[in-house]
Write a protein that binds this ligand. Structure first.
Ligand SMILES: [Zn+2]
Length: 388
């Protein structure tokens, strides 16, 4: 499948993603076009304005219901392609296992693909040491300078897969979960406990019943099968320590027009149209705090409650941590965003403000993703974000 996809690659520039399955882009000689996105993840840090995409001609369906002539295969990050085509990623996993090139899985032989067990379907059935075991492949496209994480959006299906796989575990025959990381710039992996705490806890709880293998591969522009495969470690003790329902959070609010809003004791302040980032923290019950912020109607307790009432969109980003880090995050945002009204959201600390604003969406700004990743992917030894 990979070779059929990479035979006639077209390079395009990303414009936007109107829904999960479609991107709009522009390619030399083709002009503006819509392409199929075969990955349901968020990929916020990849799909930045004008980023380079690798497109393949879409297979012509017999019923011709398909409305896009191209499929996105890869997205550029730091000068290298990141394979985002999830089916192609499974094909890569199959070929690397067949060629015995995945460290930790050299003894495995593939017996079947798309295997149905009960009501579930698993990616592969393997033979290892004369026993049959199931294998599920997860494609990892989220990574920072040193660490890769999965999933990049909450996945109930992913968690159920882990639970169902674990029920097939027996002495000497543990089902395999293979996380295939599409970058060789990283040296470790953790489940993304910020985005999906339940998935992280499930993996932690079931780790002795599963054989969890993380393999990292790097891609070249021609998207040929990578030659080198590295096995990455998982720091389970760090995961147990940091994957808690506490820490900091960012709320991204959009104001489609200017508002004058009375902010409790702070008084009435004017807020221009734009995107606002608020930094808060809840060292316990972080999920409940975030869910409270997402509700529009409630009694107003914090400064942010008044602003949230006039916002048209709200996105929450937890940054779970055993250590209080909201003021550091606030200082990092201060380096490139405009400050909101003095005193907003910082009654309990010495910061001038915990609210920032800019005209364009920070989710489309690589500087924002640097800050988010620096705090979400902390240094292994100390649990402290590396100095930048
Ligand atoms: Zn502060």
């Amino acid at each position: 499948m990979l070779s059929s996809l990479t035979r006639n690659l077209t390079v395009a520039r990303f414009i936007d993603r109107p829904n999960r399955f479609i991107v709009r882009c522009e390619a030399p000689g083709l002009g503006r076009l819509r392409a199929h996105m075969p990955n349901p993840g968020r990929m916020w840090e990849l799909l930045l304005p004008a980023v380079r995409l690798w497109l393949a001609p879409a297979p012509r369906a017999a019923d011709s219901t398909r409305r896009t002539a191209y499929t996105v295969v890869a997205v550029e990050r730091d000068g290298e392609p990141v394979l985002v085509h999830t089916h192609a990623s499974n094909d890569v996993a199959r070929r690397l296992v067949q060629q015995r090139r995945i460290p930790g899985l050299e003894d495995a032989e593939i017996l079947a693909a798309e295997v149905k067990v009960g009501h579930s379907r698993f990616d592969f059935l393997l033979r290892r040491a004369r026993q049959q075991v199931l294998m599920e492949v997860k494609s990892v496209t989220l990574f920072g300078n040193q660490m890769a994480m999965f999933p990049d959006a909450p996945t109930l299906r992913g968690r159920r897969h882990l639970e169902e796989l674990a029920t097939q575990s027996s002495r000497g025959a543990r089902p395999v979960v293979l996380f295939l990381v599409h970058s060789r710039r990283v040296d470790r992996f953790l489940p993304d406990y910020h985005t999906d705490l339940e998935f992280a806890h499930t993996l932690l709880r079931l780790r002795s019943q599963l054989d969890v293998v993380v393999a990292a591969i790097g891609w070249r522009p021609a998207l040929g099968l990578p030659r080198r495969v590295d096995r990455l470690p998982i720091d389970w003790s760090m995961l147990a320590r940091e994957a808690q329902d506490g820490g900091a959070y960012l709320l991204l609010l959009r104001l489609t027009r200017a508002h004058s809003v009375r902010i409790g004791k702070l008084g009435t302040r004017r807020f221009d149209a734009g995107y606002y980032l608020y930094v808060g923290s809840a060292m316990r019950n972080l999920t409940a705090r975030i869910n409270r912020h997402l509700r529009k109607t409630k009694t107003h307790h914090w400064h942010i409650d008044y602003l949230r009432a006039v916002a048209s969109e709200v996105t929450a980003m937890p940054i779970r941590s055993s250590r209080r880090r909201e003021c550091e995050i606030s200082r990092d945002l201060d380096r490139f965003m405009k400050r909101g009204p003095a005193g907003f959201g910082c009654s309990d600390c010495a910061c001038p403000v915990h609210l920032y604003v800019q005209r364009d969406n920070p989710l489309h700004d690589p500087r924002f993703h640097q800050v988010l990743q620096a705090h979400r992917m902390p240094d292994r030894a100390t649990g402290i974000a590396p100095a930048r």
